[in-house]
Design a protein around this ligand. Structure first.
Ligand code: ARG
Length: 466
């Protein structure tokens, strides 16, 4: 590699870097995606250098013109990295000097790659969060739309993957949408906390040049300026917060994906995933596999890995910048890319689901799903819940032995077990449709409440400035 290459630190060295060392440290193949942010920071810096007379008007014009030209090269894919470019910052400076001569070497005054890179990454994430929020809202909208279509369809609700109590399908689908709503909140929160300008921190201790940190913040649209130059260059909390939000979002998508896989099995028989979101088998002609839901579930492993990877990188680093921090970018980019794939695929999968109303209704009432309702009816008739639970449990056990559901139990058995209850009230008590409506006063699946819940969710999905 040659001295004029995009290496920013050759002066005190007499030997060229070792090939393996160079390859280990090189980051252009991944930090290239920060180019718009790096150039924005450089323009702001050129303006500051002009203000403090480190650049003349001519220098400034040449440098900004060259930065614009470099931006065009990146945009049109014509920017060529050279073998000697170590990272994006070096590559851009190398190109700047090629385009405008020695004056290009003036731009580095008063800044360091240390304050530059964390500024770039904050700018990148500020944009990326906007895209992820659109994706999250997309999955929520698909859930809301599906919930509306099947709002009052009866479905069995589960705990321990055992049938527990009947619900309506709209309630079940919206449960996933609310988890995603918290994810959206976490990303928005992360975005507001990362909205901090770090330029002016220099390598770690600022600079003797009278550069104004607030001017960078204003130029780059940051809400605040970092308080402490050492914290500014050492801090990657914003990337951890982003990855934590991404990992938890991944967990939610994975849980939804897992349910889609279950629902589409013959054993559940709840739903069919649309052709466009299913695949066949290369050997078994009859197969119809919910691969998209499985892949989203599978991708969550990498999202969790990305978070753990950065946490482990940070643990034990002394202040301030350490080269380990170069390892922050690939997990962040991987999480952004993974979510960019997973979110629309999951939205499409949900939208493609066709539920089997009869199958759902048939299973909603089974498995003694209304035993709790019967016990609560006894409570309303004055029986202590502990006793009611005991008695209904024994009744269920008798019915199980007789191979019948509660509704089909012999009238004398019912009368003996539930003397406080009016026999005429029993059919209503054991009807799942009435059972969901009985939950109107609580957080449960009463269809009217589910409709109100859906309306509240919909209001949250209206975009409010990204
Ligand atoms: N490529 C480096 C990174 O991503 C930029 C900062 C390098 N700073 C340094 N002192 N070597 O972290």
């Amino acid at each position: 590699m040659t001295a004029e290459a995009g290496r920013l630190w050759g002066g005190r060295f007499t030997e060229e870097p070792d090939e393996a060392a160079w390859r280990l440290g090189r980051s252009v193949h991944f930090d290239v995606r920060l180019w718009p942010h790096d150039l924005a920071g450089s323009r702001a810096h050129a303006d500051e250098l002009l203000r403090i007379d480190v650049l003349s008007d001519d220098d400034h014009r040449d440098i900004v013109g060259a930065l614009d030209a470099i931006g065009e090269e990146f945009r049109f894919g014509t920017f060529r990295f050279s073998e000697g470019d170590e990272d994006l910052h070096g590559a851009i400076e190398r190109r700047l000097v090629e385009l405008c001569g020695a004056v290009g070497g003036r731009l580095r005054a008063g800044r360091s790659r240390n304050d530059q890179i964390c500024s770039d990454l904050r700018l990148y994430l500020r944009d990326a969060v906007g895209g992820i929020l659109v994706g999250v809202r997309g999955v929520q909208s698909a859930l809301a739309q599906k919930a509306e279509a099947v709002l009052d369809w009866l479905a069995p609700g589960y705990t321990h993957l055992q049938r527990a109590q009947p619900v309506v399908l709209g309630h079940h689908l919206l449960a996933h949408a609310w988890a995603l709503d918290r994810d959206a909140g976490r990303f928005a929160d992360c975005r507001s906390r990362l909205d901090v300008s770090t330029l002016g921190a220099g390598a770690l201790a600022g600079t003797t040049l009278p550069l104004d940190p607030a001017a960078y913040a204003a130029a780059l649209g940051f809400a605040r300026v970092a308080e402490n130059s050492m914290d500014a260059v050492a801090d990657r909390d914003f990337a951890v917060e982003f990855l934590a939000a991404a990992a938890l979002l991944g967990v939610h998508l994975s849980r939804l994906g897992e349910e889609v896989v279950l629902w589409s099995s013959a054993e559940f028989g709840w739903a069919r995933v649309g052709d466009a979101f299913s695949t066949g088998s290369s050997i078994m002609p009859q197969k119809r596999n919910p691969d998209v839901a499985e892949l989203v579930r599978g991708k969550t492993g990498r999202l969790i890995g990305d978070l753990v990877s950065l946490l482990v990188t940070l643990k034990g680093l002394p202040l301030t910048y350490n080269r380990d921090l170069q390892e922050d970018k690939e997990p962040v980019f991987d999480a952004v890319d993974t979510l960019a794939l997973a979110l629309p695929a999951m939205a499409g999968t949900v939208a493609s689901l066709v539920f089997d109303r009869d199958r759902l209704a048939a299973t909603a009432a089974g498995g003694f799903a209304l035993a709790t309702d019967v016990a609560e009816a006894l409570v309303r008739a004055g029986v202590p819940f502990r006793t009611a639970h005991e008695r209904v449990g024994a009744l269920v056990s008798d019915c199980e032995r007789a191979g019948v559901e509660l509704a089909a139990a012999a009238p004398d058995v019912l009368r003996a077990a539930l003397p406080e209850l009016d026999a005429g009230a029993l059919p209503g008590l054991l009807d799942p449709q009435s059972a969901v409506a009985r939950r109107a006063a609580t957080l449960g699946p009463d269809p009217a409440r589910v409709q109100a819940q859906l309306d509240r969710l919909r209001r949250r999905l209206v975009p409010r400035g990204g």
